[in-house]
Write a protein that binds this ligand. Sequence first.
Ligand code: HEM
Length: 314
Amino acid sequence: MAPDDLARQAIDAMNAISGEHPGFRAAHAKGTLCAATFTPTADARHLSRAAHFRTGPIRAHVRFSNGSGDPAAPDYEPREGRGMATKFYLDDGTTTDVIGITLPAFFVSTIDGFLDFCRARTPNSETGEPDPAAIGAFLEQHPEALTAGAAVLAATPPESYLRCAYNSLHAYRFVADAGERRYVRYRWEPEAGEASLSVEEAEARGPDYLQHELATRLADGPAAFTLSVQIAEDGDAVDDPSIPWPDERRWVPMGGLEITGLAHDREQGDDVLVFDPTRVTDGIELSDDPILRFRTRAYAESVLRRSGVARDRD
Ligand code: HEM
């Protein structure tokens, strides 16, 4: 892999916030892997010719996580996006990934903006807290961060990873059989509905309550999510994850995901499991969003540091 200075800078900047934790992801360090099956809806194939939107059920893995790069950060921390990373195993032996987060928008729309964002959140060595003046200066320079910032400030800890909705934020271009192309954004909706706790309730459940709840809940039987896509109209921002699309844009259900239990068949021994938002398949194309394009480079650097592995991964 060619050296990638910008990716290194990004991971250094993330480590400066949460510390270096050998063997762990630089972000979303704490999480739990689950086994799942995905079944497309009858209409999905009309929007994209991708294999998993044509036939099913197929096997999938899902990793639920907290946003922090600190694997010891407590689950009751309200101010972070929770993640749902899904890997679909296609019949031809390849895989494709969808990564979602509980926020309605990303904080920034450029790589420089991301580095500014990390630096503004870096704790002061004396107080151990980010400097409010630095955050204020960042917001003045990056007003696009206000949508995500307001959502983070209003967030309360989830009752369960299975009771959150997760958004891809990036747009992808679906290609249908006849060659029609449409920009879409993904959203996972929990069948059980969304639910959260007060910080006090969450603290009383303990620092690992989300991981424990997942294990206990799935021991009782499967849990379900619906994957839908929101379809862009002319003029919607297709290369800027900081701008949500208008609510009235059409939503189309693409499939159902059944989470069947915890998974113990990956991330064992030498297996390095990597979820990458640029790992698409025929029928799905990347938008020109610079954050989306950069993520694969930053993730590769994180993977290299956490596992020593530099190769094409699935
Ligand atoms: C420039 C922007 C971003 C950077 C630099 C970044 C960086 C990272 C890194 C380094 C990891 C760990 C990768 C690994 O070791 O496997 C990660 C994981 C993750 N990121 Fe991002 N990220 C960015 C934007 C986003 C956005 C927009 C989302 C929203 C969907 C997101 C959601 C996630 C999730 C859910 C994970 C956990 C994946 C897993 O379970 O393996 N990230 N991110």
